[in-house]
Design a protein around this ligand. Sequence first.
Ligand code: GLA
Length: 392
Amino acid sequence: MTTRWHEGFGTTAGIRCFFASGRVNLLGAHLDYNGGYVLPCAIDRGTYLMIALRTDGRVRLASLNDDHPHESPLEELDHPADDADHAWVNYPLGVIHFLQERGLEVSGIDILIGGDLPIGAGLSSSASLELVTAYGVTRAFGDETSLEDLVDLCRHAENEFVGVHCGIMDQYASGFGKRDHLLFLDCKTLERQYIPFPGDRVILAVTDSRKKRELVDGRFNERVAQCREALHILSRRLPHVSVLRDVARDELEAHRDALSLPVYKRARHVVTECERILHGVEVAKALDFVSLGAMLTKSHESSRDDYEVSCEELDFLVDQSTTLQGVHGSRLTGAGFGGCVVSVMDTGTEGTFRHEIERRYTARFGIEPTVQFFHAWGGPQEIDLARVPGDA
Ligand code: GLA
């Protein structure tokens, strides 16, 4: 990264580097924007940001994944850049815009982005980009805004600037990760608990199907709209319901006729996924990873059948991985519609897993999946320039 920095920006003084993790979610698929629970962890891969301050009121943004740097005056950040080929710039620009709106005086900045997360594969490369920008820019200007506020601002930037109606999970997981722990978050109250996930016993395999997630934003927003419709109808009949997670299974069944079939199925996923995650957290606290894994696989089935966000490739990976020794369970991670499957498995069984999954998937789809192994990791941090990864 440093070579690219010098080529692009030339400056050498006052450069700092920050890192924020991507995430996987083990249970609680599509529950965050329904006021439900989620059980993600930050992972030991993510986004790096090198930053230096300027005094001319301009922002220059570059990425190792894009040959065309972006430059604009900071006072013109009130709308997204209209450039589909470089849409990534709107994530950091949105964050910088809302930081300025909240009163941070930004005199000008150079930023270079790099990272070791597959982009757009369901590991939250976007939230880690937002978090590392919020954390790096505030800290570089000597501002100590709390992580809670930065997480909130990043989600706001994604909703209002980028235009994806995501819930709070991704930003929260990246902001509040803890090494060797899962994060159990109540998205209605924002209460959080850490659950041990010891790396010497269990490890996460993430298999990228390399099936491109098509039209994700539109289909994601459609699911959000269907859940809002369910909430609108059910809350008029059930006064205690303020978010979809408040609906009990028998209440949903009692009012089933008021909902169209797709809307009923989305609501059924939400209600049953809440039950699965509450059970999953109890077994995880007892370090019972076999039972936790079984909940992941059930969650996948509900995401496939009721929420309808899976695809043939992801179903195949779940079916095949759960036949392997040492694998406790698997499910799609992220929004779905392609991307990755996460498996909870015993540490030490990585070699067989990689070999078998690559072999079986390639035989079936004629394309080799990418298998990576992750540990649960910590929140955003400043890192020494000497530890910045090399130029990819
Ligand atoms: C995406 C969104 C999250 C969450 C998941 C589904 O990753 O950004 O907020 O809704 O999908 O669980």
